[in-house]
Design a protein around this ligand. Structure first.
Ligand code: FPP
Length: 249
């Protein structure tokens, strides 16, 4: 319930691995695409709930690099659902101050989704209340390699020195440049894996796993995850005493 969470101590950035659409469909004796459709509804609900309570960044793992290997009709259906989502939500994104961004190898996407994404990003670029960040054709290892290549190019171009390379500047080369690291990562459907998602960025992230299948995820499930996050103590490698002293200061 919303009353179970402290609105003063919200995670700034929530990332979600939306898993279990296929199993949900199977349980309801439906085809996999119906599961994804219901999954898109859960996306709507989750984005609204995050906006309502004041989450600043929501990253959703909508399509991984590995997902390209799924049957063509399923890949097409996922792209169509995304397209529909962007068209149906544009007005609400604008009205509620949500900026759309993407991470991943979005060059690999086809038309019309590529243009729709570009347009939606351009139209919402000025929004400041929340960032809805969609991971599309995303793979964490690919992201790290792409960042590394960009860094080497900068070294060659004389824009960056070998000594200038550090863990503090590396994030500027990742797809997530400019976004804070996720504070909370939620994975649905009872799988306990990171599946190549935000590998660099999740170094200190709190993980929350639930058996709920993504199409059944809703406001209350989101608030449960946030409440659990708020019960945890994040130490970033320090001792409990150090953290408590920090909070008193
Ligand atoms: C995992 O379920 C989910 C996906 C691969 C895609 C996520 C896509 C959506 C929620 C719908 C469209 C997205 C947006 C942003 C509108 P699975 O198919 O792997 O489930 P399974 O493991 O039970 O088979």
């Amino acid at each position: 319930m919303m009353s179970d969470i402290d609105l003063q101590k919200l995670p700034r950035h929530i990332a979600v691995i939306m898993d279990g659409n296929g199993r949900w469909a199977q349980q309801h004796a439906m085809g996999r695409i119906s599961g994804h459709k219901k999954g898109a509804e859960a996306v709507r609900t989750t984005v609204r709930a995050c906006r309502e309570i004041g989450i600043k960044v929501l990253t959703l793992y909508a399509f991984s690099t590995e997902n390209w290997l799924r049957p063509e009709h399923e890949v097409n259906a996922l792209m169509r659902l995304l397209e529909e989502y962007l068209h149906s939500e544009l007005r609400e994104l604008l009205e509620t101050g949500i900026r759309l961004t993407t991470i991943g190898d979005t060059e690999a996407l086809k038309e019309p989704i590529k243009s729709t994404l570009q347009e939606t990003m351009a139209k919402t670029a000025h929004n400041r209340d929340m960032t809805l960040n969609l991971a599309l054709s995303y793979g964490g290892r690919d992201e790290i390699i792409a960042a590394f290549k960009k860094m080497v190019l900068d070294v060659h171009a004389g824009k960056l020195s070998l000594h200038g390379i550090s863990k503090d500047i590396f994030p500027d080369y990742l797809y997530t440049a400019g976004l804070p690291d996720p504070d909370l990562l939620i994975r649905t459907s009872g799988e306990y894996r990171i599946s190549n998602f935000l590998l660099w960025q999740s170094a200190y992230t709190e993980f929350y796993f639930t058996d709920v299948l993504w199409p059944d995820f809703n406001r209350d499930e989101l608030f449960k995850a946030i409440a659990e996050y708020q019960r945890r103590e994040r130490r970033f490698g320090l001792t409990s005493d150090q953290i408590q002293k920090d909070q008193r200061a």
